[in-house]
Design a protein around this ligand. Sequence first.
Ligand code: URA
Length: 267
Amino acid sequence: MPSTWDLAQLLRWQMEAGADEAILATPVDRFQAVAPVAAAAPPPPAVRPRAAPILSSPAAVNETAQHAAAQAKTLDELRAALDAFDGCALKQTATNLVFGDGNPAARIMFVGEAPGADEDRRGLPFVGVSGQLLDRMLGWIDLNRETFFITNMLFWRPPGNRQPTPGEVAACLPFVERMISLVDPELLVMVGGSSAKSLLGKSEGIKRLRGRWFTYENAFMARPIPATAIYHPAYLLRSPAEKRAAWQDLLAIREKLDGLGESTPEQ
Ligand code: URA
Protein backbone atom coordinates (compact mmCIF):
# COMPACT_ATOMS: atom_id res chain seq x y z
CA MET A 1 0.00 0.00 0.00
CA PRO A 2 1.65 3.30 -1.00
CA SER A 3 2.06 5.91 1.74
CA THR A 4 0.27 9.28 1.63
CA TRP A 5 3.59 10.87 0.71
CA ASP A 6 4.01 8.47 -2.26
CA LEU A 7 0.50 9.28 -3.43
CA ALA A 8 1.18 13.02 -3.23
CA GLN A 9 4.38 12.51 -5.26
CA LEU A 10 2.48 10.46 -7.80
CA LEU A 11 -0.22 13.11 -8.15
CA ARG A 12 2.41 15.83 -8.55
CA TRP A 13 4.13 13.80 -11.25
CA GLN A 14 0.83 13.35 -13.09
CA MET A 15 0.05 17.07 -12.88
CA GLU A 16 3.47 17.98 -14.25
CA ALA A 17 2.89 15.56 -17.11
CA GLY A 18 -0.35 17.41 -17.89
CA ALA A 19 -2.79 14.81 -16.49
CA ASP A 20 -4.58 17.28 -14.23
CA GLU A 21 -8.16 16.92 -15.37
CA ALA A 22 -10.86 14.63 -14.00
CA ILE A 23 -12.54 13.67 -17.24
CA LEU A 24 -15.21 11.32 -15.90
CA ALA A 25 -18.45 12.69 -14.57
CA THR A 26 -18.19 10.53 -11.42
CA PRO A 27 -15.06 9.78 -9.35
CA VAL A 28 -13.44 6.34 -9.61
CA ASP A 29 -11.66 4.83 -6.61
CA ARG A 30 -8.77 3.02 -8.31
CA PHE A 31 -7.91 1.14 -5.12
CA GLN A 32 -11.40 -0.36 -5.10
CA ALA A 33 -11.12 -1.09 -8.78
CA VAL A 34 -8.12 -3.45 -8.29
CA ALA A 35 -9.96 -5.57 -5.70
CA PRO A 36 -11.31 -8.79 -7.25
CA VAL A 37 -14.91 -8.38 -8.31
CA ALA A 38 -17.30 -11.15 -9.22
CA ALA A 39 -18.88 -9.36 -12.16
CA ALA A 40 -18.08 -6.07 -13.79
CA ALA A 41 -20.46 -3.41 -12.47
CA PRO A 42 -22.36 -1.53 -15.19
CA PRO A 43 -20.97 1.94 -15.81
CA PRO A 44 -22.78 4.72 -13.97
CA PRO A 45 -25.40 6.28 -16.25
CA ALA A 46 -23.76 9.72 -16.12
CA VAL A 47 -20.53 8.42 -17.69
CA ARG A 48 -20.75 8.69 -21.45
CA PRO A 49 -17.82 8.59 -23.84
CA ARG A 50 -17.22 12.05 -25.26
CA ALA A 51 -17.84 12.41 -28.96
CA ALA A 52 -14.75 12.69 -31.13
CA PRO A 53 -14.56 15.85 -33.26
CA ILE A 54 -16.32 15.17 -36.50
CA LEU A 55 -14.21 17.72 -38.41
CA SER A 56 -10.91 16.22 -39.40
CA SER A 57 -9.22 18.43 -42.01
CA PRO A 58 -7.99 21.94 -41.07
CA ALA A 59 -9.80 23.32 -44.13
CA ALA A 60 -13.12 21.80 -43.01
CA VAL A 61 -12.60 23.14 -39.49
CA ASN A 62 -11.83 26.61 -40.81
CA GLU A 63 -14.80 26.65 -43.14
CA THR A 64 -17.18 25.51 -40.39
CA ALA A 65 -15.75 28.02 -37.91
CA GLN A 66 -15.96 30.89 -40.40
CA HIS A 67 -19.54 30.02 -41.29
CA ALA A 68 -20.68 29.57 -37.68
CA ALA A 69 -19.00 32.79 -36.58
CA ALA A 70 -20.44 34.79 -39.48
CA GLN A 71 -23.97 33.55 -38.70
CA ALA A 72 -23.82 34.89 -35.14
CA LYS A 73 -25.42 38.31 -34.93
CA THR A 74 -25.05 38.77 -31.16
CA LEU A 75 -22.62 37.63 -28.46
CA ASP A 76 -25.25 35.20 -27.15
CA GLU A 77 -25.52 33.66 -30.61
CA LEU A 78 -21.74 33.48 -30.81
CA ARG A 79 -21.59 31.65 -27.49
CA ALA A 80 -24.25 29.22 -28.73
CA ALA A 81 -22.25 28.72 -31.94
CA LEU A 82 -19.14 27.88 -29.89
CA ASP A 83 -21.14 25.49 -27.73
CA ALA A 84 -22.19 23.67 -30.89
CA PHE A 85 -18.74 23.79 -32.54
CA ASP A 86 -16.83 20.49 -32.63
CA GLY A 87 -13.73 21.64 -34.49
CA CYS A 88 -11.45 22.18 -31.48
CA ALA A 89 -10.48 19.06 -29.54
CA LEU A 90 -9.69 21.14 -26.42
CA LYS A 91 -13.42 21.20 -25.81
CA GLN A 92 -13.30 17.50 -24.92
CA THR A 93 -10.93 17.93 -21.98
CA ALA A 94 -12.11 21.33 -20.74
CA THR A 95 -14.63 21.69 -17.93
CA ASN A 96 -16.18 24.91 -19.23
CA LEU A 97 -16.29 27.13 -22.26
CA VAL A 98 -14.46 30.35 -21.33
CA PHE A 99 -16.24 32.85 -23.53
CA GLY A 100 -15.58 36.37 -22.30
CA ASP A 101 -16.25 38.76 -19.45
CA GLY A 102 -16.85 42.43 -18.88
CA ASN A 103 -18.99 45.01 -20.60
CA PRO A 104 -19.98 44.02 -24.18
CA ALA A 105 -20.50 47.72 -24.93
CA ALA A 106 -17.01 48.68 -23.71
CA ARG A 107 -14.78 51.07 -25.66
CA ILE A 108 -11.75 48.87 -25.05
CA MET A 109 -11.28 45.12 -25.46
CA PHE A 110 -8.46 42.82 -24.27
CA VAL A 111 -7.53 39.48 -25.81
CA GLY A 112 -5.34 37.06 -23.84
CA GLU A 113 -3.93 33.67 -24.70
CA ALA A 114 -5.78 30.74 -23.20
CA PRO A 115 -7.75 29.89 -20.08
CA GLY A 116 -5.87 28.29 -17.20
CA ALA A 117 -7.17 25.99 -14.46
CA ASP A 118 -9.07 28.70 -12.53
CA GLU A 119 -10.66 30.06 -15.70
CA ASP A 120 -11.63 26.53 -16.78
CA ARG A 121 -13.24 25.87 -13.41
CA ARG A 122 -15.22 29.13 -13.37
CA GLY A 123 -15.88 29.59 -17.10
CA LEU A 124 -14.52 33.17 -16.97
CA PRO A 125 -11.31 34.63 -18.43
CA PHE A 126 -8.49 36.01 -16.28
CA VAL A 127 -9.81 35.10 -12.85
CA GLY A 128 -6.67 33.30 -11.55
CA VAL A 129 -3.51 34.83 -10.10
CA SER A 130 -2.39 36.49 -13.34
CA GLY A 131 -5.93 37.72 -14.02
CA GLN A 132 -5.99 39.34 -10.60
CA LEU A 133 -2.74 41.13 -11.41
CA LEU A 134 -4.18 42.25 -14.74
CA ASP A 135 -7.29 43.61 -12.99
CA ARG A 136 -5.06 45.55 -10.56
CA MET A 137 -2.92 46.92 -13.41
CA LEU A 138 -5.97 48.05 -15.35
CA GLY A 139 -7.40 49.57 -12.17
CA TRP A 140 -4.36 51.86 -12.10
CA ILE A 141 -5.62 53.43 -15.33
CA ASP A 142 -9.21 53.49 -14.15
CA LEU A 143 -10.44 50.46 -16.10
CA ASN A 144 -12.45 47.59 -14.69
CA ARG A 145 -14.77 44.85 -15.91
CA GLU A 146 -17.56 47.38 -16.24
CA THR A 147 -15.49 49.45 -18.64
CA PHE A 148 -13.61 46.76 -20.61
CA PHE A 149 -14.41 43.44 -22.29
CA ILE A 150 -11.95 40.56 -22.13
CA THR A 151 -11.54 37.22 -23.86
CA ASN A 152 -8.82 34.83 -25.05
CA MET A 153 -7.52 33.44 -28.34
CA LEU A 154 -8.75 30.03 -27.16
CA PHE A 155 -12.12 29.32 -25.60
CA TRP A 156 -11.10 26.10 -23.85
CA ARG A 157 -8.14 25.33 -21.59
CA PRO A 158 -5.24 23.38 -23.09
CA PRO A 159 -4.67 20.40 -20.71
CA GLY A 160 -1.86 21.11 -18.24
CA ASN A 161 -1.63 24.66 -19.68
CA ARG A 162 0.44 23.34 -22.57
CA GLN A 163 1.16 25.56 -25.58
CA PRO A 164 -1.82 25.60 -27.95
CA THR A 165 -1.22 24.01 -31.34
CA PRO A 166 -1.51 26.16 -34.50
CA GLY A 167 -4.59 24.08 -35.40
CA GLU A 168 -6.32 24.95 -32.12
CA VAL A 169 -5.56 28.65 -32.58
CA ALA A 170 -6.79 28.53 -36.19
CA ALA A 171 -10.02 26.77 -35.16
CA CYS A 172 -10.88 29.47 -32.61
CA LEU A 173 -9.67 32.49 -34.62
CA PRO A 174 -12.87 33.14 -36.63
CA PHE A 175 -14.85 33.23 -33.35
CA VAL A 176 -12.36 35.66 -31.78
CA GLU A 177 -12.54 37.87 -34.87
CA ARG A 178 -16.33 37.79 -34.85
CA MET A 179 -16.36 38.60 -31.14
CA ILE A 180 -14.19 41.66 -31.74
CA SER A 181 -16.56 42.85 -34.45
CA LEU A 182 -19.62 42.31 -32.23
CA VAL A 183 -18.12 44.13 -29.24
CA ASP A 184 -16.94 46.75 -31.72
CA PRO A 185 -14.42 48.43 -29.39
CA GLU A 186 -12.58 51.65 -30.22
CA LEU A 187 -9.30 50.14 -29.02
CA LEU A 188 -7.95 46.58 -28.96
CA VAL A 189 -5.20 45.36 -26.61
CA MET A 190 -3.48 42.01 -27.05
CA VAL A 191 -2.31 40.55 -23.75
CA GLY A 192 0.89 38.58 -24.34
CA GLY A 193 2.95 37.59 -27.34
CA SER A 194 0.87 34.79 -28.75
CA SER A 195 -2.35 36.81 -29.06
CA ALA A 196 -0.37 39.75 -30.48
CA LYS A 197 1.29 37.55 -33.08
CA SER A 198 -1.92 35.76 -34.06
CA LEU A 199 -4.11 38.84 -34.35
CA LEU A 200 -1.52 41.13 -35.92
CA GLY A 201 -0.10 38.39 -38.15
CA LYS A 202 3.44 39.25 -37.00
CA SER A 203 6.37 36.98 -36.29
CA GLU A 204 8.14 39.33 -33.84
CA GLY A 205 8.02 38.58 -30.12
CA ILE A 206 6.22 40.63 -27.48
CA LYS A 207 9.37 42.57 -26.55
CA ARG A 208 9.29 44.10 -30.03
CA LEU A 209 5.51 44.34 -30.38
CA ARG A 210 4.68 46.05 -27.05
CA GLY A 211 4.78 49.83 -26.82
CA ARG A 212 3.75 50.29 -30.47
CA TRP A 213 0.47 51.14 -32.15
CA PHE A 214 -0.95 49.10 -35.01
CA THR A 215 -4.11 49.26 -37.08
CA TYR A 216 -6.27 46.20 -36.60
CA GLU A 217 -9.06 45.02 -38.88
CA ASN A 218 -10.66 41.67 -39.71
CA ALA A 219 -13.17 40.57 -42.33
CA PHE A 220 -16.14 40.95 -39.96
CA MET A 221 -15.39 44.54 -38.98
CA ALA A 222 -16.85 47.67 -40.50
CA ARG A 223 -13.79 49.84 -39.71
CA PRO A 224 -10.15 49.49 -38.63
CA ILE A 225 -9.26 50.32 -35.02
CA PRO A 226 -5.99 51.11 -33.19
CA ALA A 227 -4.40 48.15 -31.42
CA THR A 228 -1.45 47.57 -29.14
CA ALA A 229 0.12 44.74 -27.15
CA ILE A 230 1.16 44.49 -23.50
CA TYR A 231 3.19 41.99 -21.51
CA HIS A 232 1.17 39.07 -20.20
CA PRO A 233 0.63 39.39 -16.42
CA ALA A 234 1.98 35.84 -15.94
CA TYR A 235 5.26 37.08 -17.46
CA LEU A 236 5.24 40.14 -15.17
CA LEU A 237 4.82 37.85 -12.15
CA ARG A 238 8.02 36.05 -13.23
CA SER A 239 9.85 39.22 -14.36
CA PRO A 240 8.85 42.09 -12.03
CA ALA A 241 11.59 44.32 -13.51
CA GLU A 242 9.41 44.62 -16.63
CA LYS A 243 6.61 46.26 -14.64
CA ARG A 244 8.13 49.65 -15.45
CA ALA A 245 7.63 49.02 -19.20
CA ALA A 246 4.15 47.66 -18.47
CA TRP A 247 3.29 50.86 -16.61
CA GLN A 248 4.38 52.97 -19.59
CA ASP A 249 2.21 50.82 -21.88
CA LEU A 250 -0.79 51.28 -19.59
CA LEU A 251 -0.34 55.05 -19.55
CA ALA A 252 -0.15 55.07 -23.35
CA ILE A 253 -3.39 53.06 -23.52
CA ARG A 254 -5.15 55.48 -21.17
CA GLU A 255 -3.94 58.44 -23.19
CA LYS A 256 -5.04 56.86 -26.48
CA LEU A 257 -8.48 56.01 -25.10
CA ASP A 258 -8.96 59.54 -23.76
CA GLY A 259 -7.86 60.98 -27.09
CA LEU A 260 -10.31 58.80 -29.00
CA GLY A 261 -13.09 59.88 -26.65
CA GLU A 262 -12.34 63.52 -27.45
CA SER A 263 -12.52 62.88 -31.19
CA THR A 264 -15.80 60.88 -30.96
CA PRO A 265 -18.77 63.21 -31.62
CA GLU A 266 -21.35 63.40 -28.81
CA GLN A 267 -24.35 61.14 -29.41
N1 URA B 1 -3.95 33.70 -19.05
C1 URA B 1 -4.62 34.04 -20.18
O1 URA B 1 -4.02 34.36 -21.19
N2 URA B 1 -5.94 34.02 -20.13
C2 URA B 1 -6.64 33.70 -19.04
O2 URA B 1 -7.87 33.73 -19.10
C3 URA B 1 -5.93 33.38 -17.88
C4 URA B 1 -4.59 33.38 -17.90
